[in-house]
Design a protein around this ligand. Structure first.
Ligand code: HEM
Length: 208
């Protein structure tokens, strides 16, 4: 069951900004990838440049919030030794060869790993992106990745990794926990009738 404490308003806003900026970056990225595409190259590049800052600062803000925010949740993402074993159980479940694993914490081991992984991937995308933007300032990145052409291709390939993550993320969230999707996107809380009981049990369910 979902209640608003799972996704406070602040984290929902971060998630929306991520979603919109990611969509704009992917669409404009596809366009920029075709250098001789007719029409709107100026606008596509401008949008890409605006939203690369939006995505980047939103990610930094979310990381800071995870540690220092009112509902700091960095602990929910921490991946420890016990998650390694749990990870195998989750993988077996998704491969249809194991039972549904016991719920432990807010996110399962695979979620923790993939949410941490996507942060690293987006930061990497930001580094390669900023190196494309200002190659003279990031010359060591350009050389390490094998020159400007290889850098472009790396940035392009990483886009596909992010697209694959997004498709799997949307599929898993909407099949496993559709109620959390409603909550994360629209703040719609299901099972309100249980909220009173949770309050009695000492768990806050107030709208955040
Ligand atoms: C902070 C993050 C990002 C920065 C700083 C950034 C920056 C850039 C820059 C400067 C370019 C070259 C534009 C030009 O030459 O006119 C570019 C191209 C591109 N970007 Fe990004 N970008 C970022 C995030 C993303 C994301 C999240 C995606 C998609 C998931 C993406 C996909 C692309 C693609 C496909 C291209 C075209 C690459 C090519 O030339 O083949 N970018 N980006």
């Amino acid at each position: 069951m979902a209640h608003s404490a799972d996704h406070p308003r602040t984290t929902r806003v971060y998630h929306w900004i991520n979603l919109v900026s990611m969509a704009v970056l992917i669409l404009t990225g596809f366009y920029i990838h075709r250098p001789f595409a007719p029409g709107y190259m100026f606008e596509a590049r401008l949008l890409h440049f605006i939203f690369m800052y939006v995505l980047f600062f939103n990610l930094l803000g979310r990381i800071i919030y995870a540690f220092l925010g009112r509902y700091a949740d960095a602990g929910q993402f921490s991946f420890g030794i016990k998650d390694i074993k749990a990870l195998w159980e989750v993988v077996k479940y998704y491969a249809f060869i194991g039972p549904h694993p016991q719920k432990s914490g807010k996110y399962n081991a695979l979620q923790k790993l993939s949410y941490l992984g996507i942060v690293v991937i987006i930061l990497f995308q930001a580094v390669t992106g900023f190196a494309l933007y200002r190659p003279e300032l990031f010359s060591s990145v350009v050389t390490t990745l094998g020159g400007l052409h290889a850098l472009r291709m790396t940035h392009y390939l990483v886009m596909w990794i992010i697209i694959a993550f997004t498709i799997i993320h949307v599929y898993m969230a909407s099949t496993e926990t559709p109620e959390q999707v409603k909550l994360m996107l629209f703040g719609i809380e299901e099972g309100k009738e249980h909220a009173g009981q949770e309050k009695v049990a000492g768990i806050s369910s107030g709208h955040r």
